[in-house]
Design a protein around this ligand. Structure first.
Ligand SMILES: *Cc1c(COP(=O)(O)O)cnc(C)c1O
Length: 376
């Protein structure tokens, strides 16, 4: 049986260190916003190349805190429109709606699954004040183009980097004098949100998330908001929340962060094998430029008659998942959007299948998947 993602064995690699650190934790007697959270915030900011990182309770809360902070600062107003790729995971949409803002669903490119830059321009109105770029499936959105549009229309750029920890953008700026600048997910817009849900490329053993930014005022506001609106015990300047990163989860993340780049490299190697060795014409392979701008959170192919394909793979002991079966605008929770026509998004949701990919898959596992796929 080739599992879609063998989380138990992914984490088993770190068990002795987890146990050693857990002993330390028990002896410390410090359970909330202790040393582990502080160490993680410093290391993750430095990993992403940003000045600030604030640990949060999960990815949805990280995204929501960003919008709440912009509202608090008067940079966004209730009812402002936020552009968002129509094929994203539902949590991206929830953060917009739960903050009293209005999502504008923008079609993605069928090739990259990421928000289409042309469609952003087409759907622009004076009500739009922000763009949420989601690096879907682990591949960076076209941030250079998105940032140019944002400059032109004076918009905020918020990254939903929940699937793209460690993805690297190498600027292809044609300015001859500037050294080409290497930037990572989390440092490609005004502010970014990460999730450390267990199945993400950097996963905790429970819920966790983070916000990264270079904006000092925004970072300070989020830091207060996520801790009862307070930065001094029992003094509350803002109507805040309890959206803190847990000390134990930070401890697990501190053990795992140094291994993230190697894990991502392994995912890229598997993806390269899939892309060169899968030869079945019935399977549409994803676009990948071969660089580090894609960390393959999931490897998504497209296919007609998906149900047939999925049951064929299941019969041959290969687990798959679908990211995602129903697009946000077709969800019951979003009744007022149900009538929208978004043909590319709908086509994606009807045809995508995610194949097994993980840092602990063996070469034999990968060969087995390829063999079965080519026999389909
Ligand atoms: C996982 C995910 C989230 C939500 O993160 P949680 O930690 O589960 O709240 C948001 N956006 C995207 C794109 C995600 O994949």
């Amino acid at each position: 049986m080739i599992k879609f993602l063998d989380l138990k064995n992914i984490n088993k690699r770190f068990e002795p260190e987890f146990q050693r650190k857990f002993e330390q934790f028990l002896n410390s007697g410090h359970y909330i916003l202790g040393q582990e959270v502080e160490i993680f915030e410093t290391s993750f900011a430095s990993y992403c190349g940003t000045n600030y990182c604030i640990g949060t309770s999960n990815g949805l809360d990280a995204l929501t805190l960003i919008f709440r902070a912009y509202l608090e600062l008067g940079i966004l107003k209730t009812g402002d429109h936020v552009m968002i790729p129509a094929n994203t995971f539902f949590a991206s949409v929830l953060s917009v709606i739960n903050s009293g803002l209005i999502p504008v669903f923008v079609e993605p490119d069928l090739e990259t699954f990421n928000i289409s830059v042309q469609e952003i321009e087409k759907q622009m109105t004076p009500n739009v004040k922000a763009i949420m770029a989601v690096h879907l499936y682990g591949q960076l959105a076209n941030m250079e183009a998105i940032n140019l549009i944002a400059e032109k229309y004076n918009l905020l750029v918020i990254e939903d980097a929940a699937q793209a920890h460690g993805a690297v953008q190498v600027s292809n700026s044609n300015n001859q004098n500037s050294n080409s600048k290497v930037l990572k997910a989390g440092n490609l817009g005004n502010v970014a949100a990460f999730s450390f849900y267990p199945s993400k490329n950097l996963g905790a053993l429970g819920d966790g998330g983070a916000v990264t930014t270079n904006d000092k005022v925004l970072a300070e506001t989020i830091k207060k908001l996520h801790n009862y609106g307070s930065d001094k015990k029992y003094e509350h300047n803002l109507i805040g929340y309890n959206h803190r990163l847990d000390e134990i989860q930070a401890m697990f993340l501190n053990v795992k962060l140094p291994h993230l780049d190697a894990d991502n490299l392994k995912r890229q190697e598997i993806a390269k094998r899939y892309l060169t060795e899968i030869s079945s014409e019935k399977i549409a392979l994803p676009f990948y430029d071969g660089s580090k701008n894609h960390v393959f959170h999931v490897f998504v192919v497209r296919m007609k008659n998906r149900d047939n394909f999925v049951s064929f793979l299941k019969k041959h002991d290969i687990e798959t998942l679908i990211h995602y079966p129903i697009p946000p605008h077709k969800q019951k929770a979003l009744e007022t959007f149900n009538k929208l026509r978004l043909p590319i998004t709908e086509e994606i949701h009807e045809t995508v299948v995610s194949l097994p990919i993980s840092p602990i898959m063996t070469n034999n596992d990968v060969s087995q998947v390829i063999k079965v796929l080519n026999a389909y």
